[in-house]
Design a protein. Structure first.
Length: 298
């Protein structure tokens, strides 16, 4: 009986990211800042070893729960891959924020990332709403996985792959087109972006202190992935599309309000979500045919 390589598509794209960024760091160590290239490579080796260990354990033990772990857990690594882009994104360009500010001025005739909060920050309820809306992105990410797990396991694996693939494509932009975003470039730190009062603001500040770095302004992965959630629901759970739509609008407003993004970041993030989604779907089917030929179509 022919044996196929015991590897899942989501693991393959994770390995590709590890190898690509690892080679980038290895060949351009001078581009690394605020840490060492050795540390970054050691982290990749550790992560890769962890993947291989779980794969071998799964093959030997046959434990079913490891199928879920291997196909869903890799997306948790975005909490490491995203802030890490800050350490090696200065090879080709310095921060391009001044061009993004100019683009906002040309498109809007003003600077929405500063004007929006100046007008509405005194309204405590609106300030809290915007902070909650920004965090709804993470709640939606969890909801997508939980919903599709309940409906059909294979759909959850498919959704997790598409989302991680889209995340990594956005992160690729952050390496080659570094931008801090207004909360760092204009305000020097997120804590200075808008008034720091209310429980939602406190929770968001805690989240940002753990994982936010002066990177990833354009294109907005928050907006891009929220659009990706909407596309997934449009094709696979149409009713939920209409439920998530108002949260997506609020998220778009909140990214500008809290100064995480310029308006041009929001526009490019939403626009790129579509090609990234369809490319990821194509890649999922291609990798499944090659490595998991028994997988049913979703």
């Amino acid at each position: 009986m022919k044996r196929y390589l015991p590897i899942y598509p989501i693991e393959i794209i994770t390995f590709i990211w590890i190898i690509f960024t690892g080679l980038f760091i290895l060949f351009f160590p001078s581009s690394v800042r605020e840490t060492t290239w050795v540390h970054l490579l050691m982290m990749r080796g550790t992560i890769m070893a962890g993947f291989v260990a779980v794969m071998l354990l799964h093959r030997v033990s046959g434990w079913q729960f490891l199928t879920y772990f291997r196909q869903l857990a890799p997306i948790l690594l975005i909490t490491y891959w995203y802030p890490e882009t800050y350490y090696y994104n200065q090879l080709f360009f310095k921060d391009i924020d001044k061009f993004l500010i100019a683009a906002d001025q040309w498109v809007c005739g003003c600077q929405p990332s500063t004007l929006f909060s100046e007008l509405w920050a005194p309204a405590a309820w609106f300030n809290e709403l915007m902070n909650f809306a920004y965090m709804s992105f993470y709640l939606a990410l969890a909801f997508v996985h939980l919903y599709f797990l309940k409906v059909k396991t294979e759909k959850a694996f498919f959704a997790s792959f598409v989302l991680l693939s889209s995340f990594l494509l956005f992160y690729m932009f952050y390496i080659f087109f570094p931008a801090e975003g207004p909360q760092f470039y204009i305000c020097s730190h997120p804590s200075a972006a808008i008034p720091n009062y209310g429980p939602m603001r406190g929770l968001l500040m805690w989240l940002q202190s753990e994982g936010e770095r002066p990177t990833g302004a354009i294109p907005s992965s928050h907006i891009g992935l929220m659009v990706t959630y909407m596309i997934l629901f449009w094709y696979h759970a149409r009713k939920l599309f209409y439920w998530i739509l108002p949260f997506s609008v609020l998220l778009a407003l909140s990214t500008v309000y809290i100064k995480a993004h310029y308006v041009i970041d929001v526009i490019t993030g939403a626009a790129l979500a579509f090609p990234f989604y369809f490319y990821s779907v194509w890649l999922w089917h291609r990798l499944n045919r090659r490595f998991q030929p028994s997988t049913r179509s979703v």
